[in-house]
Design a protein around this ligand. Structure first.
Ligand code: TRP
Length: 453
């Protein structure tokens, strides 16, 4: 192999800096907001098992692969894949796959920002004590009045996008990284606190049962696709970010170990969030299938009945905003890096253009819950359609192509050296999973869900 490439943007200071940044990107609204509500909509237990299987057999190997491609290419995802393809004497067209991941990230950000805006609104509502002793009807009403107000949603969406663009335009400050170090553990502690409240409701076993009881006949092919799509979404796979972060990873760090850490941390946060939420849902007669508003309707009830609930609720929603914000930054970065590298723009201009377009697309989500709720595509509103398109179609398909590329197009000697597994059997399993098991699995799930099987 030629001399190792270097990244023009520098490297992480250590393996742990990378792990922290990547875990920060992985843990976000997906874990605390999305996982519980889709588990609820898809019947719980069996869905969770499918999700865990997808995480272990598709998510983990793909996460390793993306970090590996990023580190070998040391550029934005599109250029990295193109360069590696040329070096392996295969078509440069593989760079399109990298470009699709960048576009998917931008589309996800357009609605991610709107939902993060809900969390910002809830910070102020908690601080003002709106949840104190709230009844189910009262708390439901607060949520409905938020999402039915286009101006409130637009205001918060614009604030979140503005802040994200601010950070990306001026480069990620050291302060943010330092803040994540403290905020992330605090978030975990607060989540455990809500679990304690949940146990206290007396409905904890119902929650556990809902999450882990395997009721396989409730599982539709479409639920399997949702579980798989979420495995991609929650690990930030196929959105460009992980490849981008991998590009800054020091050469000596072990990729399999870093990937395993990220996967375990991310999965634990999602399961703990589920254990925190479902007992509250059952204790107060809420519907587990309530949809995107689930945590905004259930958690305030718990907080409203705890001593110092306003304080805890405020801190909790601040954490949620922070988890979302660190993710939003890394969703914007690949588009910006692409514009800088390929359109030769300044970082400032690139951020303005990418952020402006994403903000505009976000308006579709803002209006999906109110004045535009009658505008539907195949029966889904704009937000649901965009979520379906990105999480359930674009993520799995680009994941499939990334897997095929790494297993069948890159040279074996190169990937063997880069992953540096201690034991040959791990490397063999990685290649078989990536080259055969994952592609067949993804294709079957996909075809089954769109009704072609
Ligand atoms: N993983 C994030 C979450 O669970 C969402 C996400 C998807 C993401 N792709 C990303 C975050 C890329 C940052 C970068 O909420």
């Amino acid at each position: 192999m030629a001399e190792p490439r270097t990244s023009i943007h520098g490297l992480w200071s250590s393996r742990w800096a990378f792990i922290l940044a990547a875990t920060g990107a992985a843990v976000g609204l997906g874990n605390i907001w999305k996982f519980p509500y889709i588990a609820g909509q898809n019947g719980g237990g069996a869905f969770v098992i499918v999700y865990l299987i997808c995480i272990a057999f598709i998510g983990l190997p793909l996460l390793m692969t993306e970090i590996m491609i990023g580190r070998m290419g040391r550029q934005n995802p599109s250029n990295s894949m193109g360069t590696l393809a040329v070096e392996a004497n295969v078509s440069r067209h593989w760079h399109w796959v990298g470009l699709i991941t960048v576009i998917t990230g931008a589309l996800i950000l357009s609605y991610y920002s709107v939902i993060a805006g809900w969390a910002v609104d809830y910070v102020f509502q908690s601080a003002a004590g709106h949840f104190t002793d709230g009844t189910v009807a009262h708390i439901n009403g607060l949520f409905t009045s938020l999402i039915s107000s286009p101006t409130r949603l637009l205001f918060w969406h614009s604030c979140v996008m503005g802040a994200t663009m601010g950070v990306v335009a001026f480069g990620v400050e050291k302060g943010l990284e330092r803040a994540v170090k403290y905020l992330f553990p605090t978030m975990l502690v607060l989540l455990l606190l809500i679990v304690a409240y949940s146990i206290d409701t007396g409905y904890f076993s119902q929650g556990v049962n809902f999450l882990f009881h395997m009721n396989f006949h409730a599982l539709k092919p479409s639920s399997v696709l949702v579980a798989m799509g979420h495995a991609f979404f929650t690990l930030s796979i196929a959105t460009g970010s992980i490849m981008m972060y991998g590009a800054y990873l020091p050469a000596e760090a072990s990729i399999p170990k870093a990937a395993a850490f990220i996967v375990i941390a991310d999965t634990l946060v999602a399961l703990v969030a589920g254990l925190a939420i479902f007992p509250i849902v059952f204790a107060h007669g809420l519907q587990p299938g309530a949809g995107p508003g689930l945590i905004f309707k259930s958690l305030p009830i718990a907080f409203g009945h705890m001593p110092f609930g306003e304080v805890f609720a405020t801190i909790f929603f601040v954490m949620l905003v922070f988890a979302a914000f660190t993710s939003a930054i890394s969703l914007l970065e690949p588009s910006v890096a692409w514009l800088i590298e390929n359109m030769h723009m300044t970082r400032f201009k690139a951020t303005g253009i990418a952020g402006g377009i994403i903000w505009f697309v976000g308006l579709g989500t803002v209006f999906s819950f109110n004045i535009g709720d009658k505008i539907t595509f195949l029966g889904k509103n704009f937000f649901d359609s965009l979520d379906y398109l990105t999480a359930n179609i674009m993520l799995p398909l680009s994941g499939l192509l990334i897997a095929l590329f790494a297993a069948w197009r890159l040279k074996k000697a190169t990937t063997l050296n880069e992953l540096n597994f201690k034991n040959g059997i791990y490397y063999k399993s990685w290649r078989i999973v990536l080259g055969v098991v994952a592609p067949i699995g993804i294709s079957l799930v996909f075809l089954g869900a769109i009704g072609l099987l």
